[in-house]
Design a protein around this ligand. Structure first.
Ligand code: DGT
Ligand code: CA
Ligand code: CA
Length: 580
């Protein structure tokens, strides 16, 4: 996404929150929320648009367009600054607690003078919230839960935000003379779902120019430490960046070391010792002679240890080293293997872009097929009707094959009700090429009821994919409580694929859940759940997560040619459990 769009999105979102906190017009707050989303999902750089062009973006009216123009002219928006000044920083801290809305935060501040997360936790423990209007034991539990989530997330950030910053810095440093290689390492290279800090590596003879360049970047807010081997800075967004410059002849060893994980490195070092070698960030050395061997590339380092090169996403000490020794490392699925996206939205429901734009962008990605799966009627606020979805189907059929021979599938994202019931009767569902089904509400059912709900959805012959199966939102909402083993077994039995949702705040299933599910022989679909053209590029995070779950091409139905995919989709319907 263009950086200016991101800035405007964040500002408008903040303004919507501020309106809500100051007991402003709820409708107005929603208008700003909606505009924020539209700007965030707009493919063109909004700083290059004038007020008239801005108003062509859906959800952006005259007043918002003027505020955006003001922002790019002056660097701030007056009303946002003014409203911000009315609200104590403590209250803004309180609304960062998931489950605590702005209204409640303001009540806590006004009635109990609570202005920090710690004070709130103390007040709950002292039962001071009991007498407040609109608060009860259930609210207290929810708030405590929200605080726990916040603390769990700690200062870790989502994968896509880390990736954007890292790629910008790598691009900057790669331009400097003397740079032989430059890349990001650490948890980001391993595609962990959240990132603590960003580790950047450069191979060069002289380190000073790189250290100086990092310290001088416009995105750098503070320099934490500036040295010859390592420099650490904090960015304006609060991210820590560790930069290390390595001599080119130990690049492979350094990259291997700083990619981690620590647990993986302990394994590789142990193997080195057994072979009379010593492995460190400085290289791979012969213990007796002290001479450096094979350290220029990671491939060389692994080969010298008797191992194939291990993809970074597998380096978590989950058996990858042992598998490598035996020559049984999985050939993990790659982004280029994906032939199409099977869960996407348009502006017919809550997507931002029209069908034509989504299809065009998908075709540009070189997909062989693409499924459109807008929401179904039971998600009432989406206002879906039979007529609307059938009209969309006609449009999809007309567009089919018009773009670079990419084939279109017409599907829907069904809502799994509390008893496992779905939108539309069977004969209507029959008309779709595929159905994704997902949970969107009633997250608090008992474990038994939740398990039954999901298993029932799997057993419906029209359901092909369970979308974002646990519905967790990273750092904001825990996954639902269900017996996942039973759900995974039901998926395998019924020929229902499990989704690996690539939205960076979902990554659902997670790597660990994937590892568990694959033992049942289930199939998977890596989908972006795109609500805008830009979201199609989130695929890489889904692929990274799938790799961390050891998935191969064969496990992932949307790597298959269309014929095989269609057989899988039909096979699920005709005879649940028959492997295609
Ligand atoms: P993060 O930043 O918390 O998301 O996770 P990482 O894995 O990026 O950890 P970080 O930044 O502390 O260190 C980057 C890599 O450097 C780590 O994955 C492995 C390596 N490393 C750092 N400290 C040690 C250590 O004490 N022993 C070993 N074997 N490796 C280390
Ligand atoms: Ca790190
Ligand atoms: Ca680090």
């Amino acid at each position: 996404m263009a950086r200016p769009n991101e800035e405007v999105e964040a500002l408008l979102r903040e303004y919507a929150d501020l309106i809500a906190i100051t007991h402003g017009d709820a409708f107005k707050a929603r208008v700003y929320e909606k505009a924020a989303r539209a700007i965030g999902g707009h493919p063109a750089d909004v700083s290059r648009l004038d007020a008239k062009e801005l108003r062509e973006i859906p959800g952006v009216g005259k007043s918002i367009a003027e505020k955006i123009v003001e922002y790019f002219r002056t660097g701030s928006i007056t009303v946002v600054e003014e409203t911000r000044a009315q609200i104590p920083a403590g209250v803004r801290e309180l609304v960062t607690i998931p489950t605590l809305g702005p209204k409640k935060a303001m009540t806590l501040y006004e009635d109990l003078h609570i202005s920090s997360v710690d004070e709130l936790a103390d007040a709950i423990r002292a039962e001071k919230l009991r007498d407040l209007k609109g608060f009860g034991e259930k609210t207290e539990q929810n708030i405590l839960h929200g605080i726990a989530l916040l603390q769990q997330a700690g200062d870790r950030i989502l994968l896509d935000m880390a990736m954007k910053s890292a790629e910008d810095i790598v691009a900057e440093l790669s331009r400097l003379t003397g740079c032989e290689s430059c890349t990001y390492a650490g948890s980001l290279r391993r595609m962990r779902e959240t990132i603590g800090d960003i580790d950047i590596l450069v191979a060069a003879e002289r380190s000073a120019p790189f250290m100086d360049a990092l310290s001088a970047l416009p995105s750098t807010a503070d320099v934490i430490a500036h040295g010859a081997k390592k420099t650490s800075v904090r960015t304006v967004k609060g991210l820590q960046i560790d930069l290390r410059v390595l001599p080119p002849d130990s690049w492979g060893a350094g990259l291997q070391y700083f990619t981690g994980s620590k647990a993986h490195n302990i394994r590789t070092r142990t193997i080195a010792v057994r072979r009379g070698l010593k492995l460190s960030e400085y290289g791979l050395f012969d213990t007796e002679s002290g001479k450096r061997t094979a350290s220029r590339s990671e491939e060389e380092v692994y080969a010298r240890l008797g191992l194939p090169w291990i993809p970074p996403t597998l380096r978590e000490d989950r058996g990858e080293v042992q598998a490598g020794m035996r020559g049984e490392l999985p050939q993990v699925v790659e982004e280029k293997d994906i032939r199409g996206d099977l869960h996407t939205h348009t502006d017919l429901t809550d997507g931002l872009a029209p069908l034509e734009d989504m299809v065009h962008a998908a075709a540009e990605r070189g997909y062989a097929y693409y499924a459109v799966t807008d929401h179904a009627p039971n998600l009432y606020m989406q206002r879906m009707t039979d007529e609307k979805i059938l009209a969309q189907r006609r449009l999809v059929r007309e567009l089919d094959g018009a773009h670079h021979r990419m084939r279109l599938l017409h599907g829907t994202e069904l809502n799994i009700g509390p008893d496992g019931e779905l939108d539309w009767p069977d004969d209507f569902l029959e008309g779709f090429d595929l159905c994704v089904a997902a949970v969107h509400s009633h997250f608090g059912l008992s474990r038994a009821a939740m398990t039954r709900r999901l298993v029932r959805a799997c057993e419906n012959p029209h359901v092909n994919i369970i979308g974002h199966p646990t519905t967790r939102l990273i750092g904001r909402r825990p996954g639902i409580d269900a017996d996942l083993d039973e759900v995974f077994a039901a998926c395998a039995r019924t020929g229902t694929a499990l989704e690996v949702n690539a939205q960076p705040d979902r990554l659902d299933l997670s790597d660990e859940d994937i590892l568990r599910a694959r033992q049942y022989g289930t199939k998977f679909a890596i989908d972006t759940d795109a609500h805008s053209v830009l979201h199609l590029a989130y695929l890489r995070y889904g692929v990274g997560t799938a790799q961390r779950g050891w998935l191969t091409k064969d496990d992932v139905v949307n790597t298959w040619p269309l014929g095989r995919l269609r057989r899988f989709l039909r096979g699920g319907r005709a005879a649940r459990g028959r492997t295609p």
